[in-house]
Write a protein that binds this ligand. Structure first.
Ligand code: FES
Ligand code: FES
Length: 167
């Protein structure tokens, strides 16, 4: 298939890439840009491991065409840390065991960033509801819930860390 030139913005950097028009965003991120944080797992829109943010909204990059994202800001897990420093959310994930094998973590991180950007003090049900769109086979979700709450509480106490990192 003939390649076409597309312009993408990923983690605040502009890229011009020659890609097949049917190439998926996840494949462009992983293969063309070397951003392998977003994971390829189910390929049928059911696990959330490939979740990135497109203009701030969590989207499944395994079912989106890269060409459809022209002109939008794509954020992957590589773009989350604040100048290399872990955000409060990332640190809490480590502290509470919210990340074990880690395969699901990048996708969860992008979903929770969206939740907290839109609802800085979510209820337990709202956190659990947001977490339910991503699958984890290791943690039982309780540690992730605790990590999200701990990050929110650190923010409320005036933590010097960014809660979820650059927009
Ligand atoms: S790899 Fe995209 S939803 Fe599972
Ligand atoms: S930490 Fe292993 S799948 Fe979630």
């Amino acid at each position: 298939m003939k390649k076409e030139l597309i312009a993408l913005r990923v983690n605040h950097r502009a890229y011009e890439l020659a890609v097949e028009p049917n190439k998926l965003l996840l494949d462009v991120l992983r293969q063309d840009l070397g951003l392998t944080g977003s994971k390829q797992a189910c390929d049928d829109s059911s696990c959330g491991a490939c979740t990135v943010q497109v203009d701030g909204i969590p989207m499944l990059s395994c079912t989106m065409l890269a060409a459809s994202c022209e002109g939008q800001e794509i954020t992957t897990v590589e773009g989350v840390a604040d100048h290399g420093a872990l955000t409060a959310l990332q640190k809490a994930y480590g502290d509470f065991g919210g990340s074990q094998c880690g395969f699901c973590t990048p996708g969860f991180m992008m979903t929770v960033r969206w939740l907290l950007a839109n609802n800085p003090d979510p209820s337990e049900d709202e956190i659990r509801d947001a977490l339910s769109s991503n699958l984890c086979r290791c943690t039982g979700y309780t540690q992730m819930y605790q990590a999200v709450r701990a990050a929110i509480e650190a923010e409320q106490k005036g933590s010097k860390r960014e809660l979820v990192g650059a927009k």
